[in-house]
Design a protein around this ligand. Structure first.
Ligand SMILES: C[S@@+](CC[C@H](N)C(=O)[O-])C[C@H]1O[C@@H](n2cnc3c(N)ncnc32)[C@H](O)[C@@H]1O
Length: 433
């Protein structure tokens, strides 16, 4: 569990430096002060790069759906004779954004027992078993969230496309962008997309790694969705050359446990599964099929976030033992952020060692810019939280300016001490006070 720490170390370090009479922080000097929050300048990461483009910035200013995809979607919508499309799109959007997790059978049982006890205190109900049962069922029906499985037939698939194609594409593009920026040498050759729907993941992956990807496997239990995704790739028709070569469509996951993919994705599909047991099994299967990165994306809602935290824990706690790939997993990118109008949750899990990938803390709330100081809430590489108040005077111009141009979701190019290295004495007043 992460601990919330105060302003302590950034402020403490600046006092220490002032006390020791050092010269104002320079880029190189900052990098050699041990155990202290400081600009990570080991590799002179800024070089000639302006602060506003420091390498921790992961924002995508504006994501555009590829014109070929937008045109194909429009063509299909115009060609359909569906009545009240706009109303249906609104209804589906509302449903998806308000959707909660299905109630688990054990939880239902627990609630039923609780209600039964309560009703037994009522002498009228307590004597008649039948009456009691009915009362319990009625109360359960009234108070329990009714999760519904969606049947993605031809018309619902089209409505889903109209409602979610752009938002889904944007969220997944942002996740891929994170990998691209942080591991530019990663050139995946194969990708599997579980619950592929309209195929927006394939389009986003093609935009990100089109040069290297040679196989995209789209898995979706809905035959109608698979047909729609294929049509979108062919400009809205059933024939012709697909816009992206090497895309394969399947209704089931590949059976062989030996087959792995460089990138495995599930976008907005874990929330389609009816129970925790189904989700557990799926995440374990997807992780087994992951060679490098497992990218999970869900809506930026409490339900979406919970799904991803469960999935993350499942992989990290190693309940799944992959007989073929013993490399452990680590969280490459935990995040919950606002992107354009699309609020989504994501977790990217990677195989291998976290040391290199996770050396900078992530900004986990909007950055508050105030006169001559900036408030940054950080999630540090060792998992602890830090509320840092950064000023040019105390932390140097580089860190201050990098912080000032950063946003929620970016990495701050700074070395933070691990929690155990933090000074024990509570510091400090806010700077400038
Ligand atoms: C909400 S859509 C997401 C589509 C797509 N990933 C996107 O980002 O737009 C969920 C998809 O998961 C598919 N799905 C649901 N349960 C599935 C299962 N057990 N196996 C494969 N696909 C499934 C549905 O048919 C649907 O196309």
């Amino acid at each position: 569990m992460a601990t919330v720490r105060g302003l302590r170390h950034l402020l403490t370090c600046s006092r220490w430096r002032r006390g020791s009479g050092e010269a104002p922080q320079s880029r190189t000097l900052a990098a050699i002060v041990p155990g202290i929050s400081q600009v990570d300048n080991n590799s002179d990461f800024l070089g000639k790069t302006p602060h506003r483009r420091h390498p921790g910035i992961l924002q995508l200013p504006c994501i555009e759906v590829p014109p070929a995809l937008a045109a194909a979607a429009q063509f299909l919508l115009l060609g359909s004779s569906m009545p009240n499309v706009e109303k249906q799109v609104q209804a589906l959007t509302n449903y998806l954004w308000s959707r909660r997790l299905p109630v688990e059978p054990q939880e239902l049982q627990r609630r039923a027992v609780h209600l039964e006890k309560k009703f037994l205190e009522n002498p009228d109900l307590g004597q008649l078993e039948e009456k009691l049962r009915e009362a319990v069922l009625r109360a359960l029906r009234k108070t329990t969230y009714h999760w519904q499985e969606l049947n993605y037939n031809e018309s619902l698939s089209l409505v889903y496309m109209a409602a979610r194609l752009d938002g889904g594409f944007a969220a997944v593009s942002r996740a891929f962008h994170e990998i691209q920026v942080r591991v530019p040498e990663f050139q995946p050759q194969t990708l599997m997309d579980f619950g592929s729907g309209t195929g927006s993941v394939t389009w986003a992956a093609h935009s990100a790694w089109g040069q290297s990807l040679r196989e995209y496997l789209c898995v979706d239990s809905s035959a109608a969705m698979l047909v729609l995704a294929e049509k979108l790739l062919k400009g809205g028709s059933e024939s012709g050359e697909p816009y992206v070569p090497g895309v394969f469509f399947r209704q089931f996951l590949p059976v062989s446990p030996k087959v792995q993919f460089d990138v495995v994705v599930s976008a907005f599909s874990l929330s389609e599964l009816p129970s925790k047991a189904d989700r557990t099994e799926l995440v374990q299967t997807l992780w087994r099929k992951t060679n490098h990165f497992l990218v999970l994306v869900e809506n930026g809602t409490k339900a979406g976030h919970c799904l991803l935290m469960d999935a993350r824990d499942l992989v990290l706690k190693g309940k799944e033992k992959s007989p073929l790939d013993p490399r452990p997993g680590f969280v490459f990118a935990p995040n919950k952020k606002k992107q354009k109008d699309e609020k989504f949750s994501m977790v990217i899990l990677a195989r291998g060692s976290p040391e290199e990938a996770n050396r900078w803390p992530r900004i986990i709330q909007p950055v508050l810019k105030r006169p001559r100081h900036v408030h940054c809430h950080l999630c540090c590489p060792d998992g602890h939280m830090q509320h840092a108040v950064i000023t040019a005077r105390q932390h140097g111009r580089d860190l201050y300016r990098c912080a000032r141009v950063s946003s929620w979701g970016d990495l701050l190019p700074v070395i933070t001490p691990s929690e155990s290295e933090l000074p024990l004495s509570p510091a400090d007043d806010p700077p400038g006070s």
